[in-house]
Design a protein around this ligand. Structure first.
Ligand code: ZN
Length: 351
């Protein structure tokens, strides 16, 4: 059990973004509803929330993107690349969003950026973030896990430095994507939209509580760290698929995949097994948007991470705890955890 207490600056500016992928309709409709009812920026007692439709042109065409994937444009290199007449729309848009919500890595950046996505994979509600020691993100994750009983809530960690972090949420001081599925792209399912609305509401509730001075106790949370992507078996000449995800793996995201478990079924009916030596957790299994990226599924390692108790800075404390916070940043807080097998029956029916 974590005994440390960390004091962090309040989260005075929060962004809720959707439509970064124009055919992921839960985020699109959640943002439209928020914009219909409220102003773009809501000023409240403890927080100002900005609502953003990230890729309006792709939303208009109900496509993931128009020229290039917007959610791969937020690396430092792309954000600083010169714009000409030939620059793809999404690169221009990424720079606009960086001006609106960033600049990335600067003191002016929005305190918390939450970007809403859908997946065709059976992933439940999944946080995706670049840090496994961002206490704000991990506390919000645990809050949603406790509040939302109807859907599995998990945290995926992509271990990339800020410069290489490519998604919109990396523009904020803290940030994550919330990925919810399964939902086919281009349609909206009420259960998935409700889960997203509920998740966003719990996140904003947590931010208000945090800003008003509440103390959140430390503890342990489960984190999945991305290990690698696996492509489909392909014809060496045409590059066309020769197999699909095996029926025993389909819809079993986050269920432990052991060496020699079925992975693919060829179009002639043969089973191809997982040849890795380490048991890992599959996710983004058969995600529709990743066929073009050469990803049939991704694999993660699960472990337990200790999170400290946190509260926000009080009036007059500004800057006082900075050195303590920095110290914690340096400290090695990872705790090795053995993979825990998930009970998969639980997740299959819920979404
Ligand atoms: Zn997406």
């Amino acid at each position: 059990m974590e005994k440390r207490q960390v004091v962090l600056p309040t989260l005075s500016r929060v962004a809720v973004c959707g439509g970064t992928h124009g055919n992921e309709l839960s985020g699109v409709y959640l943002v439209r509803e928020r914009l219909k009812k409220k102003k773009v920026v809501e000023e409240e007692e403890h927080v100002s929330v900005v609502t953003v439709m990230s890729n309006p042109r792709a939303v208009q065409h109900c496509r993931r993107y128009t020229e290039t994937d917007l959610n791969r444009c937020f690396t430092r290199a792309t954000l600083s690349s010169p714009v000409t007449d030939k620059t793809p729309y999404e690169i221009v848009r990424s720079q606009e969003l960086n001006s609106l919500l960033g600049p990335k890595g600067s003191p002016e950046a929005t305190d918390l950026v939450c970007d809403l996505h859908n997946t065709t994979a059976n992933m439940g509600l999944c946080f995706i973030a670049y840090s496994d020691r961002d206490w704000i993100s991990l506390h919000i994750y645990r809050h949603l896990q406790r509040q939302m009983s109807g859907i599995p809530v998990r945290f995926l960690h992509f271990d990339l430095p800020l410069n290489e972090a490519y998604s919109l949420d990396s523009v904020g001081k803290h940030g994550f994507a919330i990925e919810i599925g399964p939902q086919a792209h281009g349609l909206v399912r009420s259960n998935i939209l409700s889960a997203m609305q509920e998740g966003v509401q719990h996140m904003l509730d947590w931010v208000r509580l945090f800003n008003s001075g509440a103390q959140f106790e430390g503890g342990q949370v489960e984190v999945y760290t991305m290990v690698k992507n696996v492509d489909y078996p392909r014809d060496p000449e045409t590059c066309g698929l020769t197999a699909a995800i095996h029926p025993q793996l389909q819809d079993r995201d986050f269920c432990l995949l052991r060496p020699n478990d079925p992975l693919f079924q060829t179009f002639s009916g043969e089973t191809l097994k997982y040849k890795g030596t380490e048991a890992l957790y599959p996710f983004f299994v058969n995600e529709c948007a990743y066929y073009e990226k050469g990803i049939a599924l991704s694999l993660a390692r699960q472990r337990s991470v200790g999170i400290p108790s946190i509260r926000s800075e009080r009036e007059g404390e500004r800057g006082k705890f900075k050195s303590a916070a920095e110290e914690i940043e340096e400290e090695e807080t990872e705790e090795e955890g053995s993979p825990i097998e998930m009970e998969c029956e639980k997740q299959s029916g819920s979404l």
